[in-house]
Ligand binder design. Structure first.
Ligand SMILES: CC(C)(COP(=O)(O)OP(=O)(O)OC[C@H]1O[C@@H](n2cnc3c(N)ncnc32)[C@H](O)[C@@H]1OP(=O)(O)O)[C@@H](O)C(=O)NCCC(=O)NCCS
Length: 124
């Protein structure tokens, strides 16, 4: 099975279980996704391994909650999710990622992916 990056439009019951492992502090419901924030996720063997929420306003996008499940870190999943999310939204010119600036892994990851630290977030 191949790793794929998807923009989720509806959640299955399995997706809900997976997302609650990725973001334990959030609750999800199965069914169509409402609202103006997009959810991109990495899927492998029918399971979601990583996800990010994206809010697009014109040519600017803000990513929040970028997380790869701990068991699958350092295998390129994060980089693939980030690169594919950017590729799937070609009209966006300015990217921002909000996250914990004191998280050393996230800091190293964002710099490795070509973002720069600006104030309390990262930009590209
Ligand atoms: C940061 C994070 C997204 C990285 O995901 P990942 O799938 O492990 O990253 P990748 O394997 O794609 O790494 C790509 C590159 O980033 C850098 N990198 C990633 N994790 C790193 C770490 N822990 N230490 C140093 N460099 C790191 C490396 O350069 C790596 O390339 P390499 O493995 O060839 O050396 C993941 O560790 C994570 O989800 N952390 C928690 C983030 C969080 O708290 N999110 C919630 C709010 S934003």
């Amino acid at each position: 099975m191949k790793l794929t990056i998807e923009r989720l439009t509806a959640l299955s019951q399995q997706d809900v279980i997976d997302l609650e492992k990725i973001w334990p502090q959030q609750a999800f419901a199965s069914g169509p996704l409402a609202g103006d924030r997009a959810l991109f996720a990495a899927r492998f063997n029918a399971r979601l391994l990583a996800a990010v929420e994206v809010e697009v306003t014109g040519t600017t996008a803000v990513m929040r909650g970028f997380t790869v499940r701990e068991v699958t870190r350092r295998r390129g999943v994060g980089r693939y999710l980030l690169e594919e999310t950017l590729r799937q939204l070609p009209d966006v010119r300015h990217w921002r990622l909000e996250g914990n600036r004191n998280d050393a892994a996230l800091q190293a990851f964002m710099l490795a992916c070509g973002f720069r630290a600006v104030g309390g977030h990262w930009e590209k």
